[in-house]
Design a binder for this molecule. Structure first.
Ligand code: ATR
Length: 273
């Protein structure tokens, strides 16, 4: 039996175990997915322990996504983003990947959103970094707006330096309405809206030519997504991004095409409970 898991602290309410185990069940793979919660300062040690114990793969979440970089061989995407959310132990040393980046692309593609033109990204934290590299990597021009403007400017510089086709620029939140006028895609990667009825994006900037993805999935229908739907925009909820970062990890670990519908059903029923 293969053991996969999630490394985080806290990990109590994770939706990853039912999502991945639904995939194993559907494909008849003999595997389990469990959660590990080491002390916050022991993330890299936990990766070494997992390797020793024969764990096949780990997802990594807050607060360990940066800490585990030293314990793995990061691929180019993870190194650029500066964060690892998936570790593959089939190699020595284990390799580190960032499936949040591919996850946002696949979530948008699933909804038929074309990834050319302009994107507005709100947020320049950990999730924001993954989204910025992913969308610019698809060739989009990405305007990044963040409460702390310097972080948006720094992230835009990092993206511009390493991405071939796309580009990025950093902005303040009060520029959002102007930035959105020309945008095709909007992604919220801030925590605004999580367990609260607030949006980081002014309603008057939203319009019918936008596709709007909110990385927040609790609640599943955020204030931003309601405002976007009212404005006639296409909406993609945060569970799709969560699903596809998991699908990417599943496929890397097992070598099988993931049963996306089964994993999505399990994820959505866990979200409801
Ligand atoms: P994550 O890993 O989920 O991205 P993070 O790295 O702590 O978490 O980043 C949180 C993001 O939400 C940041 O972009 C943060 O803005 P700052 O960089 O200015 O801190 C943004 N954020 C959090 N609370 C916010 C608020 N009340 N208004 C606007 N942005 C907020």
């Amino acid at each position: 039996m293969d053991v996969y898991g999630l490394l985080g602290n806290p990990v109590g309410h994770s939706l990853s175990p039912p999502m991945h185990e639904a995939g194993y069940e559907k494909l008849d793979i003999d595997a389990r997915y469990v959660t590990f919660e080491p002390p916050v300062e022991r993330g890299a040690d936990a990766v070494e322990s997992a390797a020793m114990l024969g764990v096949s793969g780990l997802n990594v979440t807050i607060p360990f996504k940066q800490d585990v970089l030293d314990a793995v061989e990061p691929d180019d995407t993870a190194a650029r983003i500066g964060a690892v959310n998936t570790i593959d132990f089939s190699t020595d040393p284990p390799t580190g990947h960032n499936t949040d980046a591919a996850g946002v692309v696949r979530a948008l593609e699933h909804h038929g959103v074309s990834l050319d033109g302009r994107a507005v990204l709100v947020g320049a934290g950990g999730a924001g970094r993954a989204v910025a590299f992913a969308l610019a990597g698809e060739g989009m021009a990405v305007d990044i707006a963040n409460r702390t403007v310097e972080k948006a400017v720094d992230l835009a510089a990092d993206v511009t330096e390493s991405v071939v086709d796309g580009s990025a620029s950093g902005h303040a939140l009060d520029e959002l309405s102007d930035l959105l006028a020309d945008a095709d895609v909007l992604v919220n990667a801030t925590s605004v809206g999580m367990e609260e009825d607030r949006s980081a994006v002014p309603r008057d900037g939203l319009h019918a030519d936008l596709a709007v993805l909110d990385a927040v999935y609790s609640p599943i229908e955020t204030r931003l997504l309601r405002d976007a739907a009212d404005a006639g925009a296409r909406t993609v909820d945060g569970a799709w991004m969560l699903l596809y970062q998991g699908v990417e990890a599943f496929e890397r670990w097992t070598g099988h095409r993931a049963p996306v519908a089964a994993m999505n059903d399990a994820l959505r029923s866990s979200l409801e409970t």
